[in-house]
Ligand binder design. Structure first.
Ligand code: CS2
Length: 489
């Protein structure tokens, strides 16, 4: 079976949208670090729209900082891939042409640094997941003891980490008198722009203080809120698409129709006309971030643990269960009291839309995919909201159950006794703490000592300890679905 590529593009079925611009004329204006499915279904689509509007400066060179998997999917396809947008039985196919190929950082770091230092590059976007920032999730400080951070500090010309590549490339740009590029973090981290800025400047300061000063003065790291549900592609998705296209597309991504990108209006240099491309530019991203992280992502994580523990494989199946659906509403009731909604966001409407998005049965979004990396996700999704509610003297029953479900998931076995791999950078640490605990109360107390996850003020707050312990005992005694039902009684 042939692979999708430029030469075969003209033979696609008429209902498949293909790039209408001359790809040979496109320049590389964007480098994306961490090219996974989310980038391909979100930011790359916006840059593809810019190209389609005739501004050919915005081709995207992708980079993987770990494995060659995505390079091997996309480079044989001339960077082309299909975005499959699914809603119920509706399906829309669009071939995205913005991709200019993929580099694999570890294979030749200097090539990627040189590409980022090119004068045509104005923007570096990143999706390297929470752990890719190499920051302590609780304090936001650069993890100097991280082995790869230490390696970058020892030799910045051959970086390994995302902040390392940015520092190396900015150093190269400064040396030849170029402006910095704008760094746009597209990960689900609160204050994502501030965080990557802090990590980059901290690293730069170790390398060369004058570089750090220059980045502080000239660099731009806008905050962003990015939103689109993009489940991991499974072999059946590729098989179905091959049947439609008549060629194989190993780089395809599937997504829901909804997409949103809010960017703080702060750039170091050139950018596409984002506003005309449907991107919201604003001076205040934080209210958007908080609403999205605490409502969408908070519910996602809680449902992922409760659902995965009790045997719901997909999000739409979990929220179809009345007890879990009502629990999500209860969680949102709690979370929404901590928000100051941005102008233009009606929380009641947003909640209805979110529930409809979670219910999209065509996405097949696996609860176990969302369950990944919980130690990195919990602080911004559930814990910051819980701390605010406790501060205001309110209860946190639903939030505490989400936290307890994460703790229970760290045990690595579902309610039916199936062993599961706990995919989390702290998995071995949580396994040790759990193994050394004599009973459930001790297990909760032990996990609360993880200072990278639980800020001290919360971990020592009696009301928090009691709420999480109560939820944990309820999970153990009744199982996830019944424990969720009891929260809503
Ligand atoms: C999900 C997110 O996997 C996860 O943790 O909660 O990827 C979620 O689908 C996106 O943030 C939606 O924008």
């Amino acid at each position: 079976m042939s692979r999708l590529n430029q030469a075969l593009l003209s033979d696609r079925p008429a209902d498949v949208a293909v790039p209408g611009y001359d790809r040979a004329q496109v320049k590389t204006g964007v480098i994306h670090l961490g090219i996974g499915a989310f980038h391909r279904a979100h930011q790359a689509v916006v840059f593809d729209d810019a190209l389609a509007c005739g501004d050919l400066r915005w081709g995207v060179l992708g980079a993987s900082l770990r494995s060659p998997g995505v390079r091997d999917q996309l480079n044989p396809q001339d960077g082309l891939y299909t975005l499959v947008v699914r809603d119920g039985s509706d399906e829309h196919l669009r071939v995205i042409g913005a991709g200019r190929g993929v580099l694999v950082g570890p294979e030749d770091p200097a090539v990627l640094v040189a590409a980022m230092a090119d004068a045509d590059v104005h923007i570096v976007t990143l999706t390297v997941t929470e752990k890719g920032y190499r920051l302590d999730p609780a304090t936001g400080e650069l993890l100097l003891e991280d082995m790869e951070v230490a390696a970058d500090l020892a030799d910045i010309t051959a970086p390994r980490t995302a902040p390392g590549f940015i520092v190396a490339a900015l150093r190269a740009r400064k040396a030849v008198g170029l402006k910095p590029f704008t760094v746009i973090s597209c990960d689900n981290l609160p204050h994502n722009g501030k965080r990557i800025r802090a990590g980059v400047i901290a690293m730069a300061r170790h390398v060369d203080p004058s570089l750090a000063d220059w980045i502080e003065a000239e660099g731009a790291f806008p905050q962003t809120m990015i939103d689109r549900i993009v489940p991991a592609t499974i072999p059946d998705d590729i098989a179905r698409l091959t049947a439609r296209l008549g060629v194989e597309d190993q780089g395809m991504v599937k997504a829901e129709p909804f997409t949103q990108w809010v960017i703080e209006d702060r750039f170091a240099g050139e950018r596409p006309d984002f506003a005309s491309l449907g991107v919201q530019l604003t001076d205040a991203v934080e209210p958007w971030e908080d609403a999205k992280l605490r409502l969408l992502n908070g519910a996602h994580s809680a449902v992922a643990y409760l659902g995965a523990l009790s045997g719901y494989e997909h999000v739409h199946e979990a929220v179809a269960a009345p007890a879990l659906r009502a629990y999500v509403e209860a969680l949102w009731d709690e979370a929404q009291t901590t928000l100051s909604p941005p102008p233009g966001l009606d929380i009641a409407v947003y909640r209805e839309e979110l529930m409809a998005r979670f219910s999209n049965s065509a996405l097949m979004h696996r609860t176990r995919q969302i369950a990944m990396d919980g130690s990195q996700k919990l602080p911004q999704r559930l814990l910051s909201g819980a701390a605010e509610r406790l501060g205001a003297g309110r209860d946190i029953e639903a939030m505490a159950l989400g936290v307890a479900a994460w703790m229970r998931w760290q045990e690595g076995v579902t309610e039916k006794g199936e062993a599961v791999v706990v995919d989390d950078p702290l998995a071995s640490r949580t396994a040790e703490l759990i193994a050394a605990s004599e009973n459930d109360e001790a297990e909760v107390r032990a996990l609360l000592t993880l200072s990278a996850v639980f800020p001290a003020a919360l971990a020592t707050d009696r009301r928090f300890i009691d709420a999480v312990t109560g939820a944990f005992l309820s999970l153990r005694e009744h199982g996830a679905v019944e424990a969720a039902r009891r929260v809503t009684e």
